[in-house]
Design a protein around this ligand. Structure first.
Ligand code: SAH
Ligand code: SF4
Ligand code: F3S
Length: 485
């Protein structure tokens, strides 16, 4: 239900409304009529599938896409053998792209047996011109391509796809538009991501995100808070505030506020028990934010603080704006001020010019900070980024040898950190029934560690105290502890 205007007054035969939100609801009503007609002709409901690649931003965007599709009358399918399939793509590393091309080949096979099927592509990959050329030439069976900046007009594009025959391509270079209040279909009833800002201005030299997601723009605090209040009313317990660098939230708003101030406001929303956020950049994580975390009852004890490299020379070439020393100081300060906090990281190996001794510096950071976990990536050359044309690109063999060395230390520190909680009792949010053993449920601790313990499906979405009895490497086996008194 839309609370801003009366959807029932929309006249699909009348003129297209000018205001963006009303315009999209007009097209949604049109899409509904098309879907209804097609399903009457087929004698069955139309089905859809949204496939997500990449990060939490894309996962949230996919919930918006599914929201539109379901409001239009599609039923969610279990597989890609569906009437409307959309790939929400990622291009952060080349293997993400290759994966999409491979899967598209499979989709073509399905479409040959299902001629009325529509295939759509959106997300970060589609913001690259070379990708569009390749799809145009070699993947003619794709019906619709749009980008990251105009995802809000998916309802309109959906209608156009059904009203025309050729491939529809609608890609914007950038946007300053944020359209609020479109339908969303959440994946989990008990937790949700929330965009607090879009885009990135940091231009780390290896990274393609600023080119495909455009410039930073923050949502107004009132819109964010209203969304969180509605989620709380809907039973959501845990939220994750999303942005490429949440520390720069609020810059450029008419009434600028800091990320720490936003968190303080979010903390006041009744019904929300846990607040997470991702990602704070190490260059500008403020003392104010650490103070707010330390004082908070709801902000989870987890900071994802990507270091990327521990070598000052490489950090400079990456345009990261911090040093090995300032990073370690920051991480240790967070550990000191926020007890039980887990610190995790992203690390890239094989950036142009990186030597084994640079990787030694990275390993030194891992040892000193004692990461609770870290994602390690082999550098992937992204066309158009400054690093792609830097001299001394590192060979695959060298990168892999360094990667293996680093990974061994990352795993060793992660194991020793996880073990520290042995014997403690901590609250866990139950996320689901254990995939391998249906007598167990899987819960997530505030610091992001998983614990498996006896329980059943009716408890999903609840927060319970659990004893952390047995550490199994990166997770725990435990038991529920009843509250006394
Ligand atoms: N804004 C976030 C991360 C976004 S991308 C941040 O600054 O931390 C997620 C991770 O992908 C990055 O942290 C980085 O480690 C990795 N990454 C980005 N570009 C990459 C590339 N070209 N090759 C390998 N890894 C990359
Ligand atoms: Fe990429 Fe850097 Fe922006 Fe993160 S902060 S998205 S790594 S450019
Ligand atoms: Fe990938 Fe785009 Fe996220 S490139 S990592 S999906 S912002």
């Amino acid at each position: 239900m839309n609370q801003l205007f009366d959807e029932t007054k929309i006249d699909v035969n009348g003129p297209v409304p000018e205001k963006e939100l009303e315009r999209q609801y007009y097209y949604l009503a049109k899409a509904r009529a098309i879907v209804q007609k097609q399903s009457e002709a087929l004698g069955r409901p139309l089905t859809c599938m949204v496939v997500t690649f990449g990060c939490q931003m894309n996962a949230r965007d996919s919930e918006k896409l599914l929201g539109i599709l379901k409001s239009a009358g599609f039923e969610e399918a279990e597989s890609e053998d569906a009437d409307f399939v959309i790939y929400n793509t990622c291009t952060v590393r080349d293997n993400a792209n290759q994966h999409v091309y491979g899967r598209l080949g499979v989709l073509n096979g399905i479409k040959k047996k299902r001629p009325s099927m529509k295939i759509a592509l959106c997300g970060c990959m589609t913001q690259e011109e070379t990708v569009i050329e390749k799809i145009r030439k070699s993947y003619r069976f794709v019906d619709l391509i749009f980008g990251t900046h105009n995802i809000f007009k998916f309802a309109e594009l959906l209608v156009r796809t059904y009203e025309s025959d050729g491939m529809i391509i609608d890609i914007w270079k950038d946007t300053d538009k944020i359209v609020e209040d479109l339908p969303v279909e959440r994946k989990y009833p008990f937790k949700s991501g929330i965009n607090i800002m879009f885009g990135c201005n940091n231009f780390c030299t290896y990274c393609i995100v600023p080119y495909v997601r455009g410039r930073e723009r923050s949502r107004a605090p009132k819109d964010i808070l209203r969304e969180i209040e509605r989620l709380a009313e809907d039973g959501v317990k845990e939220i994750m505030l999303l942005g490429q660098n949440v520390n720069s939230y609020g810059i450029g708003l008419d009434d600028p506020i800091s990320f720490a101030q936003l968190l303080t406001e979010v903390e006041k929303v009744n019904g929300i028990d846990r607040i997470r956020f991702m990602t704070p950049h190490p260059k500008d994580l403020s003392d104010e934010l650490i103070d707010v975390m330390a004082a908070s009852k709801k902000i989870c004890r987890h900071v994802h603080l990507p270091v990327q490299s521990g070598s000052n020379r490489i950090l400079k070439a990456m345009n990261r704006h911090y040093t090995k020393e300032s990073y370690i100081e920051l991480a240790l300060k967070i550990r000191e001020r926020v007890p039980d906090v887990a610190i995790t990281s992203d690390i890239i190996v094989g950036f142009p010019g990186e030597t084994a001794s640079d990787v030694d510096d990275t390993i030194d950071v891992v040892r000193k900070v004692q990461y609770d976990n870290a994602f390690t990536f082999i550098y992937s050359k992204r066309t158009g980024t400054p690093a792609a044309s830097m001299p001394n690109q590192v060979s695959d063999e060298e990168a892999h040898a360094n990667f293996d060395r680093l990974l061994a230390v990352v795993q060793e520190t992660a194991r020793s950190r996880v073990k520290l909680l042995q014997g403690r009792v901590m609250p866990a949010l139950i996320e689901g029934v254990n995939e391998r053993d249906p007598k167990l449920v899987t819960g997530r601790l505030s610091n992001n560690t998983l614990v498996h313990f006896p329980g059943d499906a009716s408890e999903v979405g609840q927060i319970m105290d659990v004893s952390l009895d047995q550490c199994e490497g990166f997770y725990y086996l435990g038991n529920r502890v009843e509250h006394r008194g």
